[in-house]
Design a protein around this ligand. Structure first.
Ligand code: SAM
Length: 274
């Protein structure tokens, strides 16, 4: 059996070797460290990484497949406001906040996302205060920001409700949260069920488990609108809008797309006042 002294020596040795203690988001970080979100080969082809054309192609693709983003974010209406983006990814939306004249702050779990975003803004002569941190603990004083924005991020964390609490804390009184989380009752989740449950002879598998095990980083969550309202219940208001996306519509012929009601969509957009 290892004595207390041996144990503390071992801990000290680990610290000296630079081994950080494990955190619940280690697997999530490892997943997103493989490549900043939205920079996949099928989008950028053989364009040189971090080049102007590479970023331009990522930006074109992003707003072609998710045209709701500018409508929801209304970047240009927040000129001069202090904006924090949680989960900057490749920095495409962050660039829009900076272009719109916001005072920008951005955080992400991965160094790769932070460096990609910094390079992206620098190409346009813009900058932001960027930090690699886990957003479950935001390193900002209470009531710092006019706007907190987070697109497709919160549901990836081990404790999403802790991120939402932190966002509320760092928002100024009456500050605005704008973001998007995934919807469980959606065509995307239904397609996961067909592929990974029905066709594998396990039709009883829950949609929550399917999203956790087969959607991007390990442990991804997806919500109902009622659950979103519950998670954001600490805010004074919370408007939600479910949206059918391109990701819901793949597999189905084009003529069918307009038959899908928004209540089958993969995105739940949230606008919430502190
Ligand atoms: C699906 S990508 C979205 C990135 C960007 N918002 C976009 O729409 O392209 C998810 C991002 O969230 C980040 N992320 C996940 N969990 C996080 C956490 N707990 N704190 C900070 N960032 C996190 C990941 O590193 C990744 O960059």
């Amino acid at each position: 059996m290892m004595s207390k002294v041996d144990e503390s020596q071992r801990t000290g040795a680990n610290a000296a070797a630079g081994q950080a203690a494990s955190s619940p988001n280690d697997d999530v970080r490892r997943y997103w460290d493989q490549g900043a979100c939205g920079t996949y080969d099928y989008i950028v082809g053989s364009l040189p990484a971090l080049s102007r054309e590479w970023f331009a192609q990522i930006e074109r693709h992003r707003y072609a497949v998710e045209p709701c983003i500018p409508t929801v974010a209304q970047f240009e209406t927040h000129r001069g406001k202090t904006v924090l983006e949680v989960g900057v990814g490749a920095g495409t939306d962050h660039l829009q906040w900076a272009r719109a004249g916001a005072v920008c702050y951005g955080v992400d779990l991965t160094q790769r996302a932070i460096e990609t975003t910094r390079a992206h803004l620098a190409l346009h002569g813009l900058s932001s205060t960027l930090q690699r941190i886990d957003a479950e603990t935001l390193p900002f004083p209470d009531a710092t920001f006019d706007v907190v924005y987070s697109w497709g991020v919160i549901h990836h964390s081990a404790h999403p409700e802790q991120i939402v609490r932190e966002i509320r804390r760092v928002l100024k009184p009456d500050g605005l949260f704008i973001g998007m989380v995934y919807a469980r009752h959606s065509l995307v989740a239904f397609k996961l069920w067909i592929k990974h449950a029905l066709l594998k002879g396990r039709p009883w598998t829950s949609w929550a488990d399917l999203v956790a095990n087969h959607m991007e980083s390990p442990g991804t969550k997806a919500y109902t609108v009622a659950e979103v309202q519950q998670v954001w219940s600490g805010f004074s208001s919370c408007e939600t809008q479910q949206i059918v996306t391109v990701y819901d519509c793949s597999w189905f012929p084009r003529w069918m797309h307009r038959l899908f009601p928004d209540s089958w969509g993969w995105f739940i957009v949230v606008r919430s006042r502190k």
